[in-house]
Design a protein around this ligand. Sequence first.
Ligand SMILES: *[C@@H]1O[C@H](CO)[C@@H](O)[C@H](O)[C@H]1NC(C)=O
Ligand SMILES: *[C@@H]1O[C@H](CO)[C@@H](O)[C@H](O)[C@H]1NC(C)=O
Ligand SMILES: [Zn+2]
Length: 353
Amino acid sequence: LFLPFLIGLVGLRNLGNTCFMNSILQCLSNTHDLRDYCLRNTHRTDLNNNCRAKAALMEEFAKLTQSLWTSSSSEAISPSDFKMQIQKYAPRFVGYNQQDAQEFLRFLLDGLHNEVNRVTVKPRSPMEDFDHVSDDEKGKRMWNKYLESEDSKVVDLFVGQLKSSLTCNECGFCSTVFDPFWDLSLPIAKTSGEVSLMDCLRLFTKEDVLDGNERPTCHRCKTRRKCTKKFTIQKFPKILVLHLKRFSECRVRTSKLSTFVNFPLKELDLREFASDNSVNAVYNLYAVSNHTGSSLGGHYTAYCRNPCVGEWYTYNDSRVSPMSSSQVRSSDAYVLFYESAASSRMKVIKILS
Ligand SMILES: *[C@@H]1O[C@H](CO)[C@@H](O)[C@H](O)[C@H]1NC(C)=O
Ligand SMILES: *[C@@H]1O[C@H](CO)[C@@H](O)[C@H](O)[C@H]1NC(C)=O
Ligand SMILES: [Zn+2]
């Protein structure tokens, strides 16, 4: 006997161009740890000062997630209460215009994080100078510094750390900067054929020469110099969100690239992009936000691998239907959700023990 409800196979009603929101909500609802956080009401203990007025978005998000997983029928659910809260938090979502799913995801995660931030009083410590320590140590200290003011379940899951190294072409001095990231926006190489996700990541982390007006100040030379800049991933998040930059702003018109980006469903190994190549950085795909159409209009759906049954399903607003994993890769894939293989293995061990 197969019951679509109770295992999250419930659709979301379209309230009028809200497919961008439904698509992201389904991807998040299939994010195992975030779902459990909502189902177990753990967010209640994290709510800022238990001030309900300041936690309305998280409450509605948790309620919606609970409805998707505990509804006693397979009938689609209306996300209108949730929409009310997200538009209070971010007024740009008022009304029924088509919006960008990745921007929506950013706003939503930011809103949820602010409400369940374990830090209620942010320290006002002066900027410290970490330049006398090793890069690795500096990365760690910068990360701890970040946690002193931003620390939540959302950060535990989604936030990683990026290292950018700036090398002076004149004296060879290398300075490093560490920044948290909530997702990576990857450029797509212009080509007539298909590209791979690794190509996009290589383009993203490619050495960039800063010259002319862009020349930064070298700390050793004490003057502006031509420099090379390069990104590496210092700390890998549990959930890695990769956004394919399909939309580009050119003058007044936005255009869309429909290049086929080939990405692995299993064992995406990102060690090549790590600051420290000995780390384990293997990921498995579990959700995709799919966008069809042009930049002017289009439709979003979600493909998610159900965490209970391990099979893939298409979420097209109120409709949920099984799909083959061979259909997941397409030139419509827009936002990819990967889970660290190490943290999914941990879960299996927990279930078995
Ligand atoms: C992506 O979604 C659109 C409709 O939203 C659909 O037409 C297209 O077939 C989907 N892509 C795949 C590979 O199913
Ligand atoms: C989504 O549903 C609409 C009808 O509501 C349909 O026209 C469209 O083809 C569907 N897209 C996919 C990818 O199933
Ligand atoms: Zn220099």
